[in-house]
Design a protein around this ligand. Structure first.
Ligand code: GSH
Length: 316
């Protein structure tokens, strides 16, 4: 008897409506989610369980052999990757709010967008976990126990990929290559000096953004003027990722980039951006599910002893 696969293709894909396969903590998915909200396009969100490797399951690899999120589906049409999805939305929904920067707009803004889109967000994220000296006060869900779990999973990912390559021969080549790429990435990231250089490149890109925001002045909400563009989406999603990683003090708060700070705080409060964030309940659930049991035992022991001390004090 053949074992039932752990993950099965969801049933939501039979009609012609839009389905977005994504993960609530992914930077690339957040960009697409924000664009869909901004353009007011109806879609169904399907959360992929990356903590249990659903993105490397056979049904997902059939959708995107690279095993990466996000993926958009409309009937038989499959669009993988945030850049291609954002282009697809611009081209196929011409009557919805346009988000593309117009070519006549400032070349510096175009260059800034290109630099932002080339930044390796996954590498920056993992680097901040490997080199905790670089961060101050990471926010949920990237609290200490969760970072520990993510790092542990990341350490074994190339072995798991090689296992999936054997299990799913049709995707073997791409999964093997992914495993090799991952090994090289981990090797480079082991050096704190390499990571600090990467942060310097990032700082330069943010300094360019600060210069553009200083030029556009306080009366403009968005970086290119009165309307939101894909440049704002790339920039604010990056700032948000850096903020949850605990890197904001290094780059823009405490007077380092005051325009960027104002811009980020203003946009972070906006409704469409808030729609892209996980709910408090799912944050708590993620933290709990990704906290190693040794920590949980510690928390339970702490709560129990506080209860005893509390009740003893109350009796007095
Ligand atoms: N170039 C892709 C990158 C997507 C990407 O790296 N997605 C992450 C989620 S944030 C992912 O799927 N990581 C899993 C992996 O690479 O194995 C895009 O723009 O969508």
């Amino acid at each position: 008897m053949v074992d039932e696969p752990k993950f099965k293709r969801p049933e939501v894909v039979n009609d012609d409506s839009l389905v977005l396969y994504c993960n609530q903590y992914s930077y690339y998915c957040q960009k697409v989610l924000w664009a869909l909200h901004e353009k007011d396009i109806k879609f169904t969100k399907y959360e992929i369980d990356v903590a249990n490797d659903e993105h490397f399951s056979e049904w997902f690899l059939e959708l995107n052999p690279r095993g990466e999120l996000p993926v958009l589906q409309k009937g038989l049409l499959i669009v993988p990757g945030s850049t291609r999805i954002l282009d697809y939305l611009e081209e196929n929904y011409p009557n919805n709010k346009p988000l593309k920067l117009r070519w006549c707009e400032n070349v510096k803004l175009q260059n800034l967008k290109n630099s932002l889109d080339k930044l390796p967000i996954g590498v920056i994220t993992m680097g901040s976990f490997l080199h905790p000296r670089t961060v101050v006060a990471p926010k949920s869900p990237f609290v200490q126990p969760v970072r520990y779990t993510i790092l542990e999973r990341d350490e074994s990912v190339s072995n798991r990929l090689r296992g999936y390559a054997k299990a799913f021969p049709a995707f073997s080549e791409v999964l093997q290559k992914k495993a090799e790429f991952h090994d090289r990435k981990r090797q480079m990231l082991a050096s704190e000096q390499y990571f600090l250089q990467l942060l310097d490149v990032l700082d330069q890109v943010l300094a360019d953004a600060e210069a553009e925001l200083t030029k556009s002045g306080d009366d403009k909400i968005w970086i290119a003027g009165a309307d939101i563009s894909l440049l704002d989406i790339s920039l604010v999603c990056l700032l948000y990722r850096l903020y949850v990683l605990g890197l904001e003090d290094r780059f823009w708060t405490v007077g380092k980039k005051p325009q960027l700070e104002k811009y980020f705080n203003r946009i972070m409060a906006s409704e469409n951006f808030q729609h892209t964030l996980p709910t408090k309940t799912s944050l708590l659930k993620t933290i709990w599910l990704n906290t190693p049991s040794t920590y949980k035992a510690g928390i339970a022991a702490f709560s129990f002893s506080s209860m005893i001390i509390g009740s003893t004090l109350l009796k007095r």
